[in-house]
Design a binder for this molecule. Sequence first.
Ligand code: FAD
Length: 475
Amino acid sequence: GGADLECDVLVLGAGPGGYSAAFRAADLGMKVVLVERYATLGGVCLNVGCIPSKALLHVAAVMDEVSHFDALGVSFGKPTIDRAKLRAHKEKVVGKLTGGLSAMAKMRKVTVIRGIGSFADPHHVQVEETTGDGAETTGKKQVIKFRNAIIAAGSQAMRLPFMPTDPRVVDSTGALDLATDPKRMLILGGGIIGLEMGTVYSTLGARLDVVEMLDGLMQGADRDLVRVWQKMNAPRFDNIMLKTKTVGAEATADGILVRFEGEQAPKEPQLYDLVLQAVGRSPNGNKIGADKAGVTVTDRGFIPVDIQMRTNVPHIFAIGDIVGQPMLAHKAVHEAHVAAEAAAGEKSAFEARVIPSVAYTDPEVAWVGLTEDQAKAQGIAIKKGHFPWTASGRAIANTRDEGFTKLLFDAQTHRILGGGIVGTHAGDMIGEVALAIEMGADELDIGKTIHPHPTLGESIGMAAEIAHGTCTDVP
Ligand code: FAD
């Protein structure tokens, strides 16, 4: 008894996972309630993640591109930057998309409830209304009864315990605000998010240091790809500190003083105007009253699920960052569709062979499936097709021939196992490699597919032909 509202599917959190699940469930004829603490839909990805970062990265990439145009006979002069206007542009981009989501929710008759949701028992969620930027609660509470629930409560940036609370220490959300104009910036953590934001700040005038505990930047990517990115980006950095631990930090009048330990660490503490913490994201599993519903959550806050995205409680599903790595929007969306369909009684399951990753840096680095190191570690005999963009007419015409396209095939079956691209627009092209893997394509399937000329995408066909030994265009 005692419910203010009843529904077939309650979705907790309106990020890419949550809104996709809500929309699919509504399309399948179910009554859906979507609970979100913030004023806008879209979650991390649309509000403070994928989209605003790409709005800024686009501006940075154009600025970097034209900065080399003197040599081409075209001069633009030194750029002037109006941060307020740039911020407004970014906010407009985000607003267009989150506004579009609200309209779609209305169109589908999804009930959006603003507030912080927490399970009361296996069939009820209590929602405490929020206002303003999502931090304040009004004290108003309502109880929603559900037949199925889909948990899509996402993740949050992790912080190092010893980092001082100071406006000069930010996470990715703070960095996206562009509130300051740092001259010296430390990126804590050499993953995609840190390096993307570092690219933006560097183009806007900051000198960068990056510190990473592991032995390379952009973990997970093929090392050959990263090497090209690192060579092109070396001028942005004063210090790339690998295998280095950050051991202390102190807020001083002159900046944030940070201490490091490791072979490549500077002996003296270093002073920064801005420190970006990008050391990973932790799932919100322990903040939603999951225990009251009997849903298992790991110590780290992840929620284990089966291939239908069901938790240990069969009518409660979980999707997106909260169920595990890779924490990517496109993974969340696919899981969302599976969960909504399964809740509707369909036999859907999450059976993706591969999930592509992209660093939207300059050049972009994109990869999918097995890397060479992984193939070696698994003892799989591979054939390689490596196409350097110095042989691509389009890349040369673009004055951006530093990249390459690399495909890996199973030496026995000739089927594609993985691929990586480094270069401009690599992220836009990696989907073709993902499709090839999903379809079990072999060297000839890809190599004999006619790609348009002159495009960067041709490099995928060429790499396949090289692996097959039939490419005559490249020595
Ligand atoms: P989230 O997007 O985290 O959404 C969860 C939502 O649930 C939030 O809106 C939150 O407010 C809400 N919520 C949580 N708890 C409650 C509660 N108790 N009650 C009510 N509401 C609640 N991924 C990519 O694929 N490509 C990219 O280019 C990319 N760039 C990124 C850049 C940055 C700077 C960051 C931080 C992330 C980026 N990501 C990118 C990752 C991507 O944002 C996430 O993988 C994605 O947002 C996960 O979606 P989700 O639905 O699982 O959760």
